[in-house]
Write a protein that binds this ligand. Structure first.
Ligand SMILES: [Zn+2]
Length: 93
């Protein structure tokens, strides 16, 4: 039985969490096909752990956009922002 009462059969081809998280960046960049988008959304809907991560990624994206404009953010900047946001969230939870 799943904790939120959803039937497990609701998700016939689930992503592994690691794959879903990798796909989130493509999802945010709008680089995915409609089919992949719906699969990622289905996983995020069913997996609280990935949904938290997705929320963080959205925040990073917004912060990066503001500080770097239209340029893609360097990976190092992106991960350092992600680390800071994670620390802030841990402190406030
Ligand atoms: Zn997951």
């Amino acid at each position: 039985m799943s904790p939120d009462g959803r039937p497990a059969t609701n998700n016939p081809t689930p992503f592994e969490c690691s794959e879903a998280l990798l796909r989130v960046f493509e999802y945010l960049d709008g680089e995915m096909t409609a089919e992949d988008v719906s699969r990622v959304r289905a996983h995020l809907d069913a997996c609280a752990e990935c949904f938290r991560q997705y929320d963080l990624d959205q925040m990073v994206k917004m912060v990066v956009k503001r500080s770097c404009g239209p340029q893609p953010a360097p990976t190092q900047l992106r991960s350092s922002i992600l680390t800071r946001i994670t620390m802030i969230r841990v402190e406030t939870e």
